[in-house]
Design a protein around this ligand. Structure first.
Ligand code: PMP
Length: 381
């Protein structure tokens, strides 16, 4: 009888592996071990109303989730939650659009320019162009942006796709029309050292990339300004009349367990994630070094206040480059690896974004295929 493990390998050896999306299946094993402690039972009569808390401006936010979010940020020390409105969204994808809408609708003149420093998260382009809003306009790379008038800069830190720590690049400190949305999807200890408690006007977080529960579609925004928060809530009401309560209750439960175990010696999820990511990055760096063909960014070490020691960064995506004049996304495609083209991120053909959050067997196949590419290139075949 063929063992299941072998069958998996056989099928993987032929199939195209998709590392284009950042589907965070890498963490399934951890949650499997946690088992029933995250199980939520929902009866037929539960959670039926549209409303979660009529006294909250964000009336579709489940109080349990709000509590779990505040407690987790306090335990990790990565963001301030005091004196802020929490807006829950169907993923931070919806919240980013809600925030762009809110800031634009409050601006004196429109359309408001929207920019992000390249290489940027390619979904921002679709989010700001798809509905052809007259209120805002995607203006591309923030590095060369010099247009007058109101603008919104999207700052992703650590950055997707290249893992760098980012700050604003347009910088017009005295300009009331300058607005910033900070996307902190990856500002968690398994990806990067926590160096400060972030304290910006609009900060976006996603459940997807903390624990890997992308399918729940839960994100949250921490918003200082009441009018901005109100407009974001309005957007979500028009868009989806709130956010699934089932998802919020499940997210609350998992975030609570995450917080309870985050100082544990044996069950600390962040420690688990950190070790796994470090291991994958070391393997990938080893391969890249040997190849003499590929490149990867280098990240400085920093003192992590969560782990209490100096650590490196192990981003959720590898920003893989090549020293050769080639179209890397197509080269990888020929080797049955799908990745995101650098051009979609405002960069060039010589770079691609590769997800580091796939299942272990897929990651190993990726390394094998990369090794084969290196061989083909160095022998000139
Ligand atoms: N921001 C960034 C930088 C991301 O990488 C992602 C997920 N790829 C998101 C936002 C969206 O996350 P969500 O699943 O919560 O919509």
């Amino acid at each position: 009888m063929v063992k299941l493990e072998n069958m998996k390998n056989i099928s993987l050896s032929d199939s195209v592996i998709n590392l284009d999306h950042g589907d965070p299946t890498a963490y399934e094993e951890y949650w499997r071990k946690i088992s029933d402690r995250c199980t939520v039972t929902i009866r037929g009569c539960d959670l039926m109303s549209y409303f979660s808390d009529v006294n909250n401006m964000c009336w579709f936010l489940e109080p349990e989730l709000a509590e779990a979010i505040k407690e987790l940020h306090a335990a990790v020390g990565n963001a301030a939650t005091e004196d802020r409105y929490i807006v829950v969204g169907t993923g931070s994808t919806q919240l980013c659009q809600a925030a762009v809408h809110a800031l634009s609708s409050l601006a004196g003149t429109q359309p408001v320019s929207v920019v992000a420093a390249a290489p940027y998260y390619s979904t921002y382009v679709e989010e700001t162009t798809y509905v052809r809003s007259g209120m805002y306009k995607w203006e591309g790379d923030a590095w060369g942006f010099d247009k007058k008038g109101p603008y919104i800069e999207l700052v992703t830190s650590p950055n997707n796709p290249d893992g760098t720590i980012r700050e604003t690049v347009v910088n017009r400190p005295d300009d009331d029309e300058a607005k910033v949305i900070h996307d902190f999807a990856y500002y968690w200890p398994h990806y990067t050292p926590i160096t400060r408690r972030q304290d910006h006007d609009i900060m976006l977080f996603t459940f997807s990339k903390i624990t890997g529960h992308a399918g729940s579609r839960i994100g949250w925004a921490l918003v200082k300004d009441k009018e901005v928060a109100k407009k974001m809530v309005e957007y979500i009401i028009v868009n989806s009349i709130g956010v699934s309560k089932e998802s919020q209750i499940r997210a609350a439960k998992i975030l609570k367990v995450l917080k309870e175990t985050c100082k544990s010696e044996t069950e600390n999820f962040f420690e688990y994630g950190h070790v796994m990511m470090k291991n994958r990055w070391e393997k990938l760096r080893g391969m890249v070094k040997e190849s003499n063909v590929f490149t990867l960014p280098k990240y400085p070490e920093a003192y992590c206040t969560f782990f209490g020691k100096t650590l490196g960064s192990y981003p959720a995506f590898a920003w893989l480059g090549t020293k050769e004049e080639t179209d890397l996304v197509n080269d990888l495609r020929r080797h049955k690896v799908m990745s995101r083209a650098g051009e979609r991120c405002g960069s060039d053909k010589k770079h691609v974004r590769v997800s580091m959050l796939c299942r272990e067997d897929v990651f190993n196949v990726f390394l094998e295929r990369l090794a084969n590419m290196k061989f083909i290139k160095s022998t000139g075949l």
